[in-house]
Design a protein around this ligand. Structure first.
Ligand SMILES: [Zn+2]
Ligand SMILES: [Zn+2]
Length: 249
């Protein structure tokens, strides 16, 4: 039996029988983390050290903003993080400035482009670094551990898993990474065979639904039933990219 704090959310997500249970887990966890970083934790010095340093990625700054909770807290987070970035950039941008050449042949600095690119890379890393993504990666890792453990020890969970409707592509890749990490060769063979079956069924059905969506534009099909295709476009986009916030959905 794995730790309950990880098994309960996994069971809840699989009980909902959504298209991608890992998206459900990720969404619940993201909402919890947004609430956490805008809650009392944001005044704790050790949490502030992390948020000042790591900041948040584009999606999660948006999540913090869009939650419309605790505007003062978000302001405090941004104030100290922007302060950290200001100091950091003041130092690092200076390193990107090449020494001006004195004459045509003197003072040529061979590695000036490398230095500029190094600074660009450091900035890109700061843009992508994210306190919420760090926690998501860590916790999703624990969830994967539970999924693989239960798949081979809990017949009921396995039945539920095998009856699933496939995964979005990012989470399909995550499951394959998990299989490589947690499973022996024979277990991986079994698991991936079953995963392949449900993924293929789910993608084939999705392809048919998207096709029927387009065929409904043919006047001869105008009165025909939508079948399962009314929401085929957002479902297809989500299956390709994982949880995507689409307007009016
Ligand atoms: Zn997913
Ligand atoms: Zn993030």
């Amino acid at each position: 039996m794995k730790e309950k704090i990880y098994t309960i959310p996994v069971h809840d997500a699989y009980n909902q029988a959504t298209a991608c249970p890992l998206c459900t887990l990720e969404k619940t966890l993201t909402d919890e983390l947004v609430a956490y970083y805008l809650g009392p934790a944001l005044m704790e010095p050790d949490v502030r050290v992390v948020t000042n340093d790591r900041g948040f990625c584009r999606d999660h700054w948006r999540g913090l903003y869009d939650s419309e909770a605790n505007r003062l807290g978000l302001g405090l987070l941004l104030h100290t993080h922007v302060g950290d970035i200001t100091d950091d950039l003041h130092k690092s941008l200076g390193k990107a400035i090449p020494v001006p050449q004195k004459g045509l042949f003197s003072g040529k600095q061979k590695d000036y482009k490398d230095k500029i690119l190094e600074v660009a890379e450091a900035i890109e890393q700061r843009v992508q670094s994210c306190a919420i993504c760090d926690r998501l990666d860590q916790t999703m890792g624990h969830y994967l551990d539970v999924i693989f453990y239960e798949y081979f020890h809990e017949p009921e969970f396995r039945r539920q898993f095998d009856a699933g409707h496939g995964y979005c592509l990012p989470h399909l890749a995550l499951l394959l990474r998990g299989a490589a990490r947690f499973l022996g060769q024979n277990q991986a063979a079994e698991f991936i065979t079953n995963l392949t079956t449900q993924q293929h069924q789910s993608l084939s059905a999705l392809r048919d639904d998207v096709e029927w969506f387009t065929l409904k534009f043919d006047y001869r099909n105008a009165k025909a039933d939508w079948k399962n295709s009314k929401d085929a476009l957002p479902r297809a986009i989500r299956q390709l990219n994982g949880r995507t916030d689409l307007k009016n959905q």
